[in-house]
Write a protein that binds this ligand. Structure first.
Ligand SMILES: NC(=O)c1ccc[n+]([C@@H]2O[C@H](COP(=O)([O-])OP(=O)(O)OC[C@H]3O[C@@H](n4cnc5c(N)ncnc54)[C@H](O)[C@@H]3O)[C@@H](O)[C@H]2O)c1
Ligand SMILES: [Zn+2]
Ligand SMILES: [Zn+2]
Length: 347
């Protein structure tokens, strides 16, 4: 089968690989239909994710059709159309019992990280009963690709951890797919202001369309001043970091209001400075989280009710044969205006 591999050169390559085989009775083999590329895949290629070694098939998002199930899988059978969650959870370990699937003792974020992922014709999905989701009839499968990772991530790590409240002020640093997913799902709670910050005017333009009340291009280094002006010198109650570099985490620390929360989403590959000399008396909290995907069932209901339309995030479409172009396009978003690239694998 064809697969996108993180090669030794640090570049992605399209390779011929054997079709995956089941290794546990709780596994399923899924024939992929649609997949996509995540900002985290770009972090892997930059060497920011040491657990992911060269040779790995990347990808942790997508929808597909079950090709085969192990003897212990009872919730799915061959032919079922499924959403693949980016997190695999056994449903039984100490962490899974707390719905912290991200830290499942035999799962977590393994797809496209420590085991082969979804940017391929077939993928082996461990703990299939509790890591795949049946696709409800009538739901658009292209929108569902946003449900594997970006919507639960923006919502769980940004909005829930950041304690977004009605009438509150939210600042989101990073208007990539994850920041935009946080923007879409923050609106469930009717905050008074949602301020989006990025270096890329195209992404800020998209943010405006998706409901941002203000957009700030931070390339002049004055974003913190502008936010203070917009918030009567208070800062933002919820500050969501959706980039994953030291500069943006530093900016978040300048934006947070007394009593507020910095909800970090970004994958950080480098050391970041924590400015306790300015934050110690601010009664603020900092949260970190690897997405648990525990809110997928709830988000599927929201999608079904048409309260959000994540399909708007799809800007480009490719076939698996063109996945290297898809990486090129997603990796050069400022030039290509890419938000989420949809990769069609099969029917
Ligand atoms: N915690 C989790 O579970 C989890 C899950 C998925 C993704 N992530 C992480 O979330 C982050 C965002 O993902 P994405 O797919 O949206 O990535 P992306 O690379 O598409 O988007 C990042 C955005 O940040 C902007 N940016 C870059 N430098 C900036 C700066 N100095 N100031 C302001 N904006 C800047 C870019 O213009 C871009 O729009 C990544 O770090 C990704 O690895 C975390
Ligand atoms: Zn991801
Ligand atoms: Zn578990």
């Amino acid at each position: 089968m064809k697969a996108l591999v993180y090669s030794k050169s640090g570049k992605p390559s399209l390779e011929e690989r054997p079709r995956p085989a089941m290794t546990a009775p709780t596994d399923a083999i899924v024939k992929m239909v649609h997949t996509t590329i995540c900002g985290t895949d770009l972090h892997i290629l930059k060497g920011d994710v040491p657990s992911c070694k060269p040779g790995r098939i990347l990808g942790h998002e997508g929808v597909g059709v079950v090709a085969e199930v192990g003897a212990a899988v009872t919730a799915f059978k061959a032919g079922d159309r499924v959403l693949v969650a980016c997190i695999s959870g056994c449903g039984r370990c100490m962490y899974c019992r707390k719905q912290m699937y991200s830290h499942c003792t035999t799962g977590g974020w393994i797809l496209g990280n420590t085991i082969d992922g979804t940017q391929a014709e077939f993928v082996r999905t461990p703990h299939a009963d509790t890591s795949l989701y049946a696709i409800p009839a009538g739901l658009d499968e292209e929108s569902l690709v946003m449900m594997s990772d970006i919507l639960p991530t923006g919502f769980e790590c940004g909005v829930l951890n950041g304690k977004v409240q009605p009438g509150s002020t939210v600042a989101i640093v990073g208007a990539g797919p994850i920041g935009l997913a946080a923007l879409l799902t923050a609106q469930f709670y009717s905050p008074a202001q949602i301020i989006m910050i990025d270096l890329d005017d195209n992404r800020l333009e998209a943010a405006k369309r998706f409901g941002a009340t203000a957009c700030i291009n931070s390339s002049d280094g004055k974003a913190a001043d502008v936010v203070m002006r917009m918030t009567g010198a208070c800062g933002a109650d919820t500050v969501i970091e959706a980039v994953g570099i030291p500069a943006t985490f530093e900016l978040c620390q300048q934006l947070v209001a007394p009593g507020g929360t910095i909800a970090n989403i970004g994958v950080h590959g480098r050391q970041v400075t924590l400015h306790l000399e300015t934050l110690w008396d601010r009664n603020m909290s900092i949260t970190t989280r690897l997405v648990d995907t525990a809110t997928i069932p709830m988000l599927l209901n929201v999608l079904r009710s048409k309260k959000i339309d994540p399909k708007l995030l799809i800007t480009h479409r490719f076939k698996l044969d063109g996945v290297l172009d898809a990486y090129e396009t997603f990796g050069n978003a400022a030039k290509t205006r890419a938000l989420k690239v949809l990769i069609e694998v099969g029917g």
